[in-house]
Design a protein around this ligand. Structure first.
Ligand code: BG6
Length: 479
């Protein structure tokens, strides 16, 4: 195995709402994730509805306690340091800083919490990589504006960014504007706090919201550069190449269009303008984007410094009605897809495709020619705790090893510029799609089950010692 660049950022990635818990502590306001329950009502309809904006007594809300990283962060960061992390990706909960999303004065307790987290990271030489918004639109702003469909969200977000950049300059160098921005088109409530009123044109609303997020992202990039010289700001996409299920030309076209759905956002964020095909697409769908004078300039001036993405699996698509009927896969995240007969899948139906990571890296590089960062990758699996407390998660090690091997080829054989690799959920946390605890990604086990029972005690899995060795050898020892 070849080595990785000497400053390669090895580490792990989390999101505030999936690990912090403490949903009302320290003056925190409510966000979308706080009202998203566990169980069949998690996403009762694909589209957000107004009645989803409150918690009730009938449901269990996993984010309320999660793994209580809020009170365990010192212990958890010490464990990351023990593994040799160079980087810790985390998100800031918007409503810890601005409980109503747009308060004139920020909440000092929230600001102090993240400052302490960053200081704790730096104590061990761990570089924080901060997602500004990870699936947590403030509820107060949804009630006020209906989420990102309203242009005023741009100002609210930019104000939030100003607060963050002023406070954390010198402590945070790497930033991501929106987590998996393309999920807006698939999970509009989670992705952009969108609620729909009867009669609204869903696509129109989604693309308008997308425009607002893109303008907000570009403004954030510019602001970050002004306020924090040397800062690097990236976009973040839920990646995974679409493969045509057959070599029928119709399938090739279907895969191309499905990929474009994903690249719609990053094309704007990395290149600074809407691609021609996107304009045509919107025109054909009868979508009229309401823009403001100067938006084009904003998008042009706010291109990202690097492109980051999550990668769990490739996707497979076909137009063949027979195959579609027989092989429709539930997995492959939430995207419409069919099973790839050449690949095995995880227990949650997500196709396992390490080579697809190399394919995806190459596609993204060909498209943008910018440095890249893999900010999520991992296997959600059920772990068994043995009588002596040990956890033998060889399946997780196998998954990660195979992906790191492909990443190494992309770096050393293809010559691609890769800044780092942060695995998803280095410590077990709440699943975004299902709300389960049992879908575990961690090197560190957390004693908590799907119903919220458990001591929250942390323990090291076999993969903990394995990843430590991987980092210590800068990726050359994957045994
Ligand atoms: C990504 C998200 O979609 O995938 C994370 O950025 C999420 O928030 C991760 O947790 C894994 O998905 P899941 O549904 O297994 O938690």
């Amino acid at each position: 195995m070849g080595s990785f660049p000497k400053d390669f950022l090895w580490g792990g990635a989390t999101a505030a709402n999936q690990c912090e818990g403490a949903w009302q502590a320290g003056g925190k306001g409510l966000a979308t994730v706080d009202v998203t329950p566990f169980g069949p009502d998690r996403f009762p309809v694909a589209l957000g509805r107004l009645e989803m904006l409150e918690c009730d007594d009938k449901h269990y809300y996993p984010s309320h306690e999660a793994i209580d990283l809020y009170h365990h962060y010192k212990e958890d960061i010490a464990l990351f340091a023990e593994m040799g992390f160079k980087c810790f990706r985390l998100s800031i909960a918007w409503t810890r800083i601005l409980p109503n999303g747009d308060d004139a004065q920020p909440n000092e307790e929230g600001l102090k919490f993240y400052e302490d987290v960053f200081d704790e990271c730096h104590k061990y030489g761990i570089e924080p990589l901060v997602t500004i918004c990870h699936f947590d639109t403030p509820i107060a702003l949804i009630k006020k504006y209906g989420g990102w469909k309203d242009r005023r969200m741009v100002d609210a977000y930019v104000h939030y960014c100003e607060v963050l950049f002023d406070r954390y300059k010198g402590k945070v160098k790497y930033w991501l504007t929106f987590n998996e921005i393309n999920m807006l088109l698939h999970l509009p409530f989670t992705g952009a706090g969108l609620v729909f009123y009867p009669g609204e044109n869903v696509q129109q609303v989604e693309y308008q919201a997308a425009h607002h997020e893109l303008v907000a992202s570009a403004k954030a990039v510019k602001l970050a550069h002004e306020k924090m010289p040397g800062a690097m700001v990236g976009c973040m996409l839920a990646a995974g190449q679409y493969y045509p299920r057959t070599c029928a030309p119709e399938d090739i076209r279907a895969a191309q269009e499905a990929d474009r759905d994903n690249y719609f956002f990053t094309d704007v964020q990395a290149r600074g303008a809407y691609p021609v095909w996107a304009k045509k697409r919107m025109e054909k769908a009868g979508i009229t984007l309401h823009t403001e004078p100067g938006d084009e300039q904003v998008l042009k001036e706010g291109t990202v410094d690097f492109v980051s993405f999550s990668y769990y699996s490739s996707r497979c698509i076909t137009t063949d009605q027979e195959i579609l009927a027989e092989e429709k896969a539930d997995g492959n995240a939430v995207l419409e897809a069919v099973k790839n007969p050449y690949l095995k899948a995880s227990e949650w139906g997500w196709a396992i495709d390490p080579v697809g990571l190399r394919v995806t890296l190459n596609t993204i590089y060909d498209r943008y020619e910018k440095p890249m960062f893999i900010v999520e990758n991992g296997l959600g699996a059920v772990d068994t705790v043995e009588a002596d407390g040990s956890i033998h998660d060889s399946y997780r090690i196998d998954y990660l090893r195979a992906h790191i091997e492909q990443m190494e080829k992309a770096v050393n054989e293809d010559g691609l510029p890769l800044m780092g690799y942060t695995t998803w959920g280095p410590i077990d946390l709440v699943s975004a799609s299902t709300g389960e605890m049992k879908k575990r990604y961690g090197f560190i086990y957390v004693d908590k089950d799907n119903d919220g029972n458990g001591t929250l005690a942390r323990s090291r899995k076999d993969s903990f010692y394995w990843y430590k060795k991987v980092i210590a050898s800068n990726g050359t020892d994957l045994a």
